[in-house]
Design a protein around this ligand. Structure first.
Ligand code: RTP
Ligand code: MG
Length: 138
């Protein structure tokens, strides 16, 4: 299996709560490499490209607003099967029920807000990873 790359975002809730370092430590502890990293305050246009697959869903507008509420940390991460591996490390989408031991399961919960604030994003396929890395590292 060749080395692959994925886009990880520490979303605005993770940055605001001071969890960036803990999340980076988990990625490194699992053995993946940090190839590039930047703090980004995305505009609407960038988020519309990133979340195009969700346009029209009920959570789309609150999601874009949430992602514009503060900076995110974008990270280019490399390793064998890192796309699958990081999504496993992140845990399932809903942080209330994400398994303990995962990033979302350990640090996240429902805050009664309009959209799930679940700390991180990870690309879900090689095609999405290539597309998303081009959006966040251009
Ligand atoms: P991500 O793309 O952020 O890595 O997360 P994911 O694949 O687990 O979740 P996805 O279905 O792609 O949804 C993207 C983000 O939208 C928010 N969301 N909220 N019902 C809801 O309130 C809801 N559903 C999705 C989450 O922030 C999710 O990560
Ligand atoms: Mg997704």
């Amino acid at each position: 299996m060749a080395t692959e790359e994925t886009l990880v975002l520490v979303k605005p809730d993770g940055v605001a709560r001071g969890l960036t370092g803990s999340i980076l430590a988990r990625i490194e502890a699992k053995g993946y490499s940090l190839v590039d990293l930047r703090l980004v305050e995305p505009d609407r246009e960038r988020l519309e490209r990133h979340y195009a697959e969700h346009e029209g869903k009920p959570f789309y507008e609150p999601l874009v607003d949430f992602m514009m509420s503060g900076p995110s940390v974008a990270i280019r991460v490399a390793g064998e099967r890192v796309i699958e591996g990081f999504r496993s490390l992140a845990g399932t989408t809903d942080p209330t029920t994400a398994a303990p031991g995962t990033i979302r399961g350990d640090y996240g919960r429902d805050w009664g807000l309009p959209v799930q604030q679940n700390l991180v994003h990870g690309s879900d396929s090689p095609e999405s990873a290539a597309h998303e890395l081009g959006i966040w590292f251009r």
